[in-house]
Design a protein around this ligand. Structure first.
Ligand SMILES: [Zn+2]
Length: 342
């Protein structure tokens, strides 16, 4: 008698898809093959390019450094306003991907003079095995590695992700379950908050919140307070979202109105940044103790923020001597050493 193939639960993210034999789950990236959950496109990338680390955004880990960014396809969320829906929500078979073994990806980082490596184009949870393999290879070669995530990992995957990451930026998209149900297509934000708290202290953590006009702009104070209760020094990026995908006709958030809410939120957090538009005045890092400007950044539009001045004594404020809340070291992109690396 032959063995009957069975339904399998994918336990990588909190969606916990039940997958039929030969089928795949919501993200399209995990397959039930002979009663095992396997990556459908192992070791394949859709994107590989060089960015400033600030563009991720990560502002407090090796500021000014050069990051090799890579991504695959698929997502376990369906954010209605997604600005990256072609990669995240397209059918993965339609996205051009190429095989790139972890060893070769790390080699590419070396060739392009990068200081670190980040999984940042889509959700790393949907390609967890690949991310873990890249991390191992990267660390063996001396490269820190990190990712941007929606934080919806199940507990085991969250442990693996934290252990494999030197930095993580979690997107906390709103502060109520209704938003997650109505605009993201998951049951709620509980697992996201659980994982933010878990990542804190285990890896360098920053948080991003994309603001969708009229939907979550009134969540700013509540998110800031919740983060501040964990640690007032968590850098928080408020992202002025320009909706695309199913919400392409929606208005853009009003910059001055958001700036007012952010000013109030500063009572809860030391470092709140506000960007994704050219000329932002809210991208520099200030000493939380004496207010001195420690890193001056200019906005380049989009996610771009470029450090133009470091005023630090080691990793401390030259004015009052308090730690600046920076991990690693500052990298001057324009230094001869960095230029020669390319
Ligand atoms: Zn100071």
């Amino acid at each position: 008698m032959g063995v009957v193939a069975k339904m399998m639960e994918c336990d990588i993210c909190e969606r916990k898809c039940l997958i039929e034999p030969g089928g795949y789950g919501y993200c399209g990236m995990y397959l039930n093959r002979e009663d095992r959950i396997e990556a459908r496109y192992p070791e394949h990338v859709s994107v590989i390019m060089v960015w400033r680390i600030e563009s991720l955004p990560i502002f407090h880990f090796y500021p000014g450094s050069r990051t090799l960014v890579f991504g695959t396809a698929g997502c376990n969320f369906d954010c209605h306003y997604c600005s990256n829906a072609y990669l995240a929500r397209g059918y993965p078979d339609d996205v051009y991907m190429m095989r790139l073994e972890p060893r070769r990806l790390v080699e590419r980082a070396r060739q392009t003079g990068c200081h670190n490596i980040a999984f940042a184009m889509n959700e790393p949870t949907v390609s967890l095995d690949y991310y873990l393999a890249v991390s191992e290879e990267a660390r063996a070669s001396g490269f820190p590695v990190g990712c941007l995530t929606n934080g919806y990992q199940a507990e085991r995957a969250a442990r693996l992700l934290a252990d494999a990451s030197d930095f993580i930026n979690v997107s906390v998209k709103a502060f109520d379950d209704d938003f997650y149900r109505d605009y993201v297509d998951v049951e709620g934000l509980g697992p996201v908050l659980r994982n933010v708290a878990y990542y804190h202290g285990r890896t360098h953590l920053e948080v991003t919140t994309p603001i969708v006009a009229g939907l979550n702009d009134d969540h700013i104070l509540r998110i800031a307070k919740w983060l501040g209760d964990i640690d007032t020094s968590i850098p928080w990026h408020v992202f002025r979202l320009l909706p695309e995908y199913k919400m392409a006709d929606r208005e853009y958030p009003d910059i001055l109105q958001l700036a007012g809410a952010i000013r109030e939120a500063r009572m809860f957090l030391d470092h709140i940044y506000f960007g994704n538009f050219a000329g932002s005045q809210w991208l520099s890092t200030y000493c939380p103790c004496c207010g001195r400007r420690l890193i001056e950044r200019v906005g380049l539009g989009g996610c771009g923020a470029k450090p133009v001045l470091f005023d630090l004594d080691g990793l401390s404020c030259p004015g009052c001597g308090n730690p600046a809340g920076i991990s690693g070291e500052c990298v001057d992109w324009h230094s001869a050493e960095t230029r020669e690396a390319v």
